[in-house]
Write a protein that binds this ligand. Sequence first.
Ligand SMILES: C[S@@+](CC[C@H](N)C(=O)[O-])C[C@H]1O[C@@H](n2cnc3c(N)ncnc32)[C@H](O)[C@@H]1O
Length: 321
Amino acid sequence: MPEPSKKQRPQSAGFFASPLRYPGGKGRLGPWLASVIEHNGLTGCRYVEPYAGGAGAALYLLLKKHVGHIVINDADPLIHALWHSVVEQTDELVRLIESTPITMGTRETLLEAVQRPNRHSLLELGFAAFFLNRTSRSGILTGGVIGGKDQAGPYKLDARFQREDLVARVRAIGAMREHITVSKLDALDLLDGFSSGAPDCTLIYMDPPYYVKGSQLYLHHYRHADHVAIAKCASTVKHPLLITYDNCPEVRTLYSAMRGTEFSLQYSTHTARPVASEALFYANLELPSSPRLTRSEHLTARRTAPRSEDAKTQERKGEYV
Ligand SMILES: C[S@@+](CC[C@H](N)C(=O)[O-])C[C@H]1O[C@@H](n2cnc3c(N)ncnc32)[C@H](O)[C@@H]1O
């Protein structure tokens, strides 16, 4: 994969609370989700992400006190191990982040560890997931190491590993552990619990693996039949529910019975509205507006977590690796 141009926006520019860099991450929707919560009288509610990934939106809503409790669920054992370590073993994870040499040798060792998960503790796997995410291009393991195997690129493998900044994020999340539930359920099993009984104050935000590119981005992805099953299950949920997907004809057909809109994960300017690459479907709530990312939201979100001087400098330069 060629190194992206330095002029590209930093992928993580929208939100800095999650320690994970996540393909398709929705952290930048945080401020808009906060407006949905307020509009529907859901402030202080429980917020559930059955497909949490980097959980950027969930963390934004919790740290900004829009919701009282978040459920971070992901079926990927590595992602689960990472969140378990952040929330339940914060100090131990911080020690590993602070002391582990950021070298190709460490990366090789941790790549081997994730091939044999049964031989390792949740903390070891969680740290491996963290390290590999922060040293891989765009946070995707299959994207290869930042700087290439021979480390000849302009950025080296530690380009996204600002220890001080990452430790601050992990500690901020760990401090909220009483308000966070981490689980590794299949999303369908988690959702089953929401299709019966009276709805309590809970908002569910589903962001399943992309229909078209899911297999390239996530270890755990869906086939057509899985997308059908999840759409059927979503239609039975009685709680306020939001679902985002890649905006393709198959997905629009699956959710044709639900109210929906389109949006882009790129920022709008006063002159240009980017292509609506994402689809949003919703039930049991009203939208105050369609999701639209603007500079002011971007700035609001960016102020949430303290950042190191290194991170600020990188961000000013618009570096992207
Ligand atoms: C589009 S990503 C979610 C990105 C997330 N919203 C964010 O902001 O980072 C989809 C996630 O679903 C997870 N996943 C895939 N199949 C799943 C399943 N059956 N149950 C729960 N999670 C699953 C993947 O591991 C991946 O992290």
